[in-house]
Write a protein of this length. Structure first.
Length: 136
Protein backbone atom coordinates (compact mmCIF):
# COMPACT_ATOMS: atom_id res chain seq x y z
CA UNK A 1 0.00 0.00 0.00
CA UNK A 2 1.22 3.46 -0.81
CA UNK A 3 0.04 6.45 1.22
CA UNK A 4 -0.90 9.62 -0.59
CA UNK A 5 1.10 12.70 0.35
CA UNK A 6 -2.00 14.12 2.08
CA UNK A 7 -2.44 10.97 4.17
CA UNK A 8 1.24 10.91 5.08
CA UNK A 9 1.28 14.57 6.16
CA UNK A 10 -2.03 14.25 8.02
CA UNK A 11 -0.64 11.33 10.04
CA UNK A 12 2.56 13.26 10.67
CA UNK A 13 0.63 16.39 11.73
CA UNK A 14 -1.71 14.54 14.11
CA UNK A 15 1.27 12.65 15.57
CA UNK A 16 3.08 15.94 16.18
CA UNK A 17 -0.01 17.33 17.92
CA UNK A 18 -0.25 14.17 20.02
CA UNK A 19 3.40 14.55 21.02
CA UNK A 20 2.77 18.14 22.13
CA UNK A 21 -0.29 17.20 24.18
CA UNK A 22 -2.43 20.15 25.23
CA UNK A 23 0.06 22.76 24.00
CA UNK A 24 -1.23 24.57 20.92
CA UNK A 25 1.19 23.99 18.05
CA UNK A 26 1.57 26.37 15.11
CA UNK A 27 1.43 25.16 11.54
CA UNK A 28 4.64 27.04 10.79
CA UNK A 29 6.48 25.11 13.53
CA UNK A 30 5.34 21.75 12.18
CA UNK A 31 6.01 22.81 8.58
CA UNK A 32 9.55 23.96 9.41
CA UNK A 33 10.32 20.90 11.53
CA UNK A 34 9.29 18.44 8.82
CA UNK A 35 10.00 20.40 5.63
CA UNK A 36 6.36 20.60 4.60
CA UNK A 37 4.71 23.41 2.68
CA UNK A 38 2.80 25.59 5.19
CA UNK A 39 -0.04 26.07 2.67
CA UNK A 40 -0.37 22.32 2.08
CA UNK A 41 -0.34 21.72 5.84
CA UNK A 42 -2.98 24.42 6.34
CA UNK A 43 -5.26 22.69 3.82
CA UNK A 44 -4.85 19.39 5.66
CA UNK A 45 -5.40 21.04 9.06
CA UNK A 46 -8.62 22.63 7.79
CA UNK A 47 -9.90 19.25 6.62
CA UNK A 48 -9.01 17.58 9.93
CA UNK A 49 -10.70 20.42 11.81
CA UNK A 50 -13.94 19.93 9.82
CA UNK A 51 -13.90 16.28 10.91
CA UNK A 52 -13.36 17.22 14.57
CA UNK A 53 -9.93 15.61 14.73
CA UNK A 54 -8.16 18.88 15.55
CA UNK A 55 -9.09 22.16 17.23
CA UNK A 56 -7.57 25.51 16.37
CA UNK A 57 -7.08 28.72 18.31
CA UNK A 58 -6.09 32.01 16.69
CA UNK A 59 -3.80 34.68 18.01
CA UNK A 60 -0.72 34.67 20.16
CA UNK A 61 -0.11 31.22 21.66
CA UNK A 62 -2.59 29.88 19.13
CA UNK A 63 -2.26 26.92 16.87
CA UNK A 64 -3.69 23.40 16.83
CA UNK A 65 -4.31 20.58 19.29
CA UNK A 66 -6.03 17.25 18.83
CA UNK A 67 -9.80 17.37 19.02
CA UNK A 68 -9.96 14.19 21.09
CA UNK A 69 -7.50 11.94 22.91
CA UNK A 70 -4.75 10.52 20.69
CA UNK A 71 -5.53 6.99 21.83
CA UNK A 72 -9.02 7.31 20.33
CA UNK A 73 -7.94 8.60 16.90
CA UNK A 74 -7.14 5.80 14.48
CA UNK A 75 -4.79 6.04 11.54
CA UNK A 76 -7.69 4.98 9.32
CA UNK A 77 -9.84 7.85 10.64
CA UNK A 78 -7.12 10.40 9.79
CA UNK A 79 -6.52 8.90 6.35
CA UNK A 80 -10.23 8.71 5.60
CA UNK A 81 -10.71 12.34 6.66
CA UNK A 82 -8.15 13.72 4.22
CA UNK A 83 -9.30 11.37 1.46
CA UNK A 84 -12.65 13.17 1.69
CA UNK A 85 -14.61 10.06 2.59
CA UNK A 86 -15.36 10.64 6.26
CA UNK A 87 -18.80 11.91 7.13
CA UNK A 88 -19.20 10.52 10.61
CA UNK A 89 -20.91 7.45 9.18
CA UNK A 90 -19.46 4.06 8.43
CA UNK A 91 -18.12 4.17 4.89
CA UNK A 92 -18.29 1.28 2.48
CA UNK A 93 -15.12 0.47 0.58
CA UNK A 94 -15.34 1.24 -3.13
CA UNK A 95 -15.16 -2.06 -4.97
CA UNK A 96 -14.12 -2.60 -8.56
CA UNK A 97 -17.00 -4.10 -10.50
CA UNK A 98 -16.15 -6.79 -12.98
CA UNK A 99 -17.88 -6.00 -16.28
CA UNK A 100 -18.34 -9.68 -17.14
CA UNK A 101 -19.58 -11.25 -13.92
CA UNK A 102 -21.05 -10.13 -10.61
CA UNK A 103 -18.13 -11.76 -8.82
CA UNK A 104 -14.60 -12.19 -10.11
CA UNK A 105 -11.17 -12.85 -8.61
CA UNK A 106 -9.75 -9.27 -8.90
CA UNK A 107 -12.86 -7.89 -7.22
CA UNK A 108 -12.64 -10.44 -4.40
CA UNK A 109 -8.91 -9.80 -3.89
CA UNK A 110 -9.31 -6.01 -3.79
CA UNK A 111 -12.21 -6.25 -1.38
CA UNK A 112 -10.41 -8.61 1.01
CA UNK A 113 -7.22 -6.54 1.01
CA UNK A 114 -9.10 -3.29 1.46
CA UNK A 115 -11.21 -4.59 4.33
CA UNK A 116 -8.16 -6.14 6.05
CA UNK A 117 -6.24 -2.89 5.75
CA UNK A 118 -9.17 -0.86 7.04
CA UNK A 119 -9.59 -3.20 10.01
CA UNK A 120 -5.88 -3.10 10.88
CA UNK A 121 -5.51 0.67 10.51
CA UNK A 122 -8.65 1.23 12.58
CA UNK A 123 -6.80 -0.43 15.47
CA UNK A 124 -3.63 1.66 15.08
CA UNK A 125 -3.93 4.90 17.02
CA UNK A 126 -2.03 8.18 16.76
CA UNK A 127 -0.57 7.80 20.26
CA UNK A 128 1.11 4.57 19.10
CA UNK A 129 3.10 6.55 16.51
CA UNK A 130 4.33 8.90 19.20
CA UNK A 131 5.19 6.08 21.61
CA UNK A 132 7.16 4.20 18.92
CA UNK A 133 9.00 7.33 17.72
CA UNK A 134 9.88 9.01 21.00
CA UNK A 135 10.82 6.07 23.21
CA UNK A 136 13.66 7.15 25.50
Amino acid sequence: MKLTRQEEIALLFTSELARNGEIFTSLSDVAALHGVSPLFLKKIARTLKKQGLVISKEGQNGGYVLGKPAETISAWEVMEAVAGKSSGKSQETVIFTCPLRTSCMPQTIRHLISESLKQYLSDVTIDQFVKKTYVA
